[in-house]
Design a protein around this ligand. Structure first.
Ligand code: ATP
Ligand code: MG
Length: 476
């Protein structure tokens, strides 16, 4: 018995295709991951049918649960349904031919082998029969099993054809190499380097789906090195490519900020599964090239790169069709603040500096600290240990101040309506001035973060502004 067909679902599918008298195979990711003993949370099964995939999808769905809704994509000859456990996609075996301007092929019915040829990689073209007489038989015309053993990503056909037909496959090659820790076979990689320009016909949404998958890998740096080496990075994320390289002046060299950035990304990936924090790590030094200066006295400086970097994010996100909502703002904020904890760790820290950071970072303070710790990439172990020790102190300090002053999610203890009422005034600039004065006094530690102290300051400040207390307060 083939272990890839152990799930009970294949018995059901076997009965359907056998009684319908069509040949069918499980193909692609399911087979690959089963042979790799890779566990997936989502169980995607791809079935290729020599005949109508749509018909088999409908019949199978009826057998599994008559209430299941089948989604049919007539134009593609595919259909899919899902239940609690599986998402199963059915496709009629097909032969594809492409014209050079688009990823959309002209499709006609084909044999199993035709269908395997249009797959992206040998390891994704493996098929297993699910018909009764041949249940569990492997159909592996391109040596996919062997390539799985050798840990190789290789196209089933001549690579130039595979990549030129659908250039997204170049991104997929690098994504699979990163996810599975495989090597891209030499000819295949060479062909990617020669076809990079073709990526321009692929929509940014598809490209970013692959980038996000690379970012979520255990060691995402591998993917970015391959993107860089192949020449794809220059086209899809030139700002990151610009970080590459070192420069020396008067014997002083700065580090390669591309290698540094992807090292930080690897570091942070040990401590977070938050995609957006990983993006922040990748892009935290993105403005180093545009802020770079050489100062004879002090050497290389990247003054303001955190601020300028955070301002570069909307453009980058827009081009990549990443969300322009609070996710983007979060990435900007983390980048903008990424040097602040380091400053706190180096100098004699005042409470007010800590309070201000807590106020500005709010609930993202923990994520910010995770980035700062990942940002220590010094090869000097003693130095690294010292920095990490310093950060421990910063964390303790943050905790102390937060417990004492609760400014992490600062809500002013006296709000606008209380000010309006106290002086019997209309909303206007005085309200803003007083609110501001209260916030600053709390952050500077001049008054505690409490109502009575804030109210007293409000009264003083109001009088300073020439406001007259309303009756209730004048009497008290
Ligand atoms: P995962 O789901 O983990 O991303 P997968 O291999 O299942 O991996 P899917 O995108 O779900 O990838 O596609 C299923 C199968 O369809 C692949 O295994 C491959 O055989 C084929 N395939 C998907 N996209 C392409 C493509 N752009 N070109 C050629 N074949 C593809
Ligand atoms: Mg899949």
């Amino acid at each position: 018995m083939n272990i890839c067909l152990n799930d009970k679902i294949f018995e059901v599918l076997c009965n359907v295709v056998t009684s319908e008298n069509v040949r069918a195979y499980v193909i692609g990711g399911w087979v690959r991951d089963c042979l790799l003993k890779r566990n997936h949370a989502d169980k995607d099964i791809d079935i290729v049918v020599i005949g109508s995939g749509i018909n088999i999808a409908r019949k199978a769905a009826r057998k599994i649960d008559p209430k299941i809704k089948v989604s049919v994509f007539k134009n593609f000859g595919t259909a899919m349904f899902k239940n609690a456990e599986y998402e199963i996609e059915f496709v009629g075996a097909r032969k594809e031919s492409y014209d050079r301007t688009s990823r959309k092929p002209v499709v006609e019915d084909g044999t199993l082998e035709d269908d395997q040829k249009r797959r992206d990689f040998t390891i994704n073209a493996l098929a297993i029969s699910i018909n009764k007489e041949t249940f569990g038989e492997f159909l592996d015309p391109f040596g996919g099993v062997e390539d799985l053993k050798k840990k190789i990503i290789k196209t089933p056909l001549e690579p130039d054809k595979t990549f030129s037909d659908d250039p997204l496959r170049m991104m997929r090659a690098i994504r699979f190499a990163t996810q599975l820790n495989f090597t891209i076979e030499e000819n295949t990689f060479k062909s990617i380097t020669e076809n990079v320009e073709r990526i321009k016909i692929v929509s940014p949404e598809r490209i970013v789906t692959e980038l996000n998958k690379i970012l979520m890998c255990e060691h995402p740096s591998k993917g970015f090195i391959l993107l860089e080496k192949s020449g794809l990075l220059k086209i899809i994320l030139p700002e990151l490519e610009n970080l590459r390289g070192i420069e020396t002046k008067e014997g002083k060299t700065h580090k390669d900020n591309f290698l540094h950035s992807i090292k930080v990304l690897d570091n942070i990936s040990k401590n977070t599964d938050n995609l957006w924090l990983r993006w922040a790590a990748l892009l935290h030094d993105i403005a180093k090239p545009v802020t770079k200066k050489y100062l004879p006295e002090t050497g290389w400086s990247f003054h303001g790169h955190e601020y300028v970097g955070s301002k570069m994010i909307p453009d980058i996100f827009r081009k990549l069709k990443l969300p322009l909502n609070e996710k983007m703002k979060y990435v900007q904020k983390i980048i903008d603040l990424h040097l602040r904890p380091i400053v706190l760790s180096q100098e004699l820290v005042t409470d007010s500096a800590v309070r201000r950071l807590l106020f500005e970072a709010g609930d993202d303070i923990d994520d910010l600290m995770i980035l700062c710790e990942a940002d220590i990439t010094s090869k000097n172990e003693a130095k690294k240990t010292k920095h990490l020790e310093n950060f421990k102190l910063v964390r303790i300090k943050l905790k102390e101040i937060e417990e004492k002053d609760a400014v992490r999610n600062f809500q002013p203890p006296v709000d606008g309506s209380e000010i309006i009422e106290a002086f019997g005034i209309k909303p206007g600039k005085e309200v803003g001035i007083i609110k501001n004065a209260i916030r600053e006094a709390i952050l500077d530690g001049i008054i505690p973060n409490e109502h009575d102290a804030a109210r007293k300051l409000m009264m003083d400040k109001g009088k300073e502004l020439g406001l007259i207390p309303a009756v209730t307060d004048a009497l008290s």
